[in-house]
Design a binder for this molecule. Structure first.
Ligand SMILES: Cc1cc2nc3c(=O)[nH]c(=O)nc-3n(C[C@H](O)[C@H](O)[C@H](O)COP(=O)(O)O)c2cc1C
Length: 185
């Protein structure tokens, strides 16, 4: 697939089938992710790959965290929360290393990790997979971050949900670059 075709036709695909993905496919996605540019070669991305029971364990942690913060919520809310990671057979949580030395900037590490996420999404598209980048409150939830092995002050920038698409949606065209661009000649 041509790179322009991949960039233009990639779209978030939230509805995927529950069938598990072979590990080789997941590794191919991660291998694409880590080709992203990163300043000072710090490789600031951290991936936690959740499949099978791992997703249930994350769901349990999220539901417990929600119950702690919102004991007034009805039980159905906690059940709904617990089921969130089950929306795809593979969920990849993406964290960002904190700068290890003064010349390394947090913003640049975040940028590099975000580039890795986009690489992963494009690779998934090329491989005929459906993928969706999600964050929501759960990317900032202290209990969830702890479960995933991230520090409380470490950025988590994505939960990437991946699976075989349930259907192939017709992509809607995106707005042009023109109103977001000035030319200095
Ligand atoms: C940093 C980031 C966080 C996102 N978080 C969510 C989210 O929590 N829930 C969601 O439905 N989509 C989320 N998205 C997906 C965007 O909504 C989606 O990419 C956007 O609607 C454009 O659609 P497209 O990916 O098909 O181009 C996120 C995307 C990015 C880049």
């Amino acid at each position: 697939m041509d790179v322009f075709e991949a960039i233009h036709n990639r779209h978030s695909q939230g509805k995927v089938r529950p069938d598990p993905l072979p590990r080789e496919l997941i590794e191919k996605l991660l291998d694409a992710a880590v080709q992203a540019p990163n300043h000072y070669k710090v490789r600031p991305w951290r991936f936690v790959v959740l499949t099978g029971e791992g997703r249930n364990r994350l769901g349990d942690v999220m539901a417990a965290s929600q119950r702690e913060r919102h004991p007034e919520f009805p039980p159905e809310a906690f059940d709904k929360c617990r089921a969130l990671p089950l929306r795809a057979p593979v969920v990849i949580a993406v964290g960002v290393d904190k700068p290890s030395e003064p010349k390394v900037l947090e913003i640049e590490n975040v940028c590099a990790a975000a580039a890795a996420c986009q690489n992963l999404l494009l690779a998934a598209h090329e491989m005929g997979l459906g993928a969706k980048w999600r964050t929501s409150e759960w990317a900032r939830d202290p209990k969830g971050k702890e479960f995933l092995g991230f520090e409380s002050d470490q950025h988590m920038i994505a939960f990437i949900y991946i699976g075989y698409p349930e259907f192939v949606a017709e992509p809607a065209p995106r707005p042009s670059f023109e109103d977001r661009t000035v030319w200095m000649e």
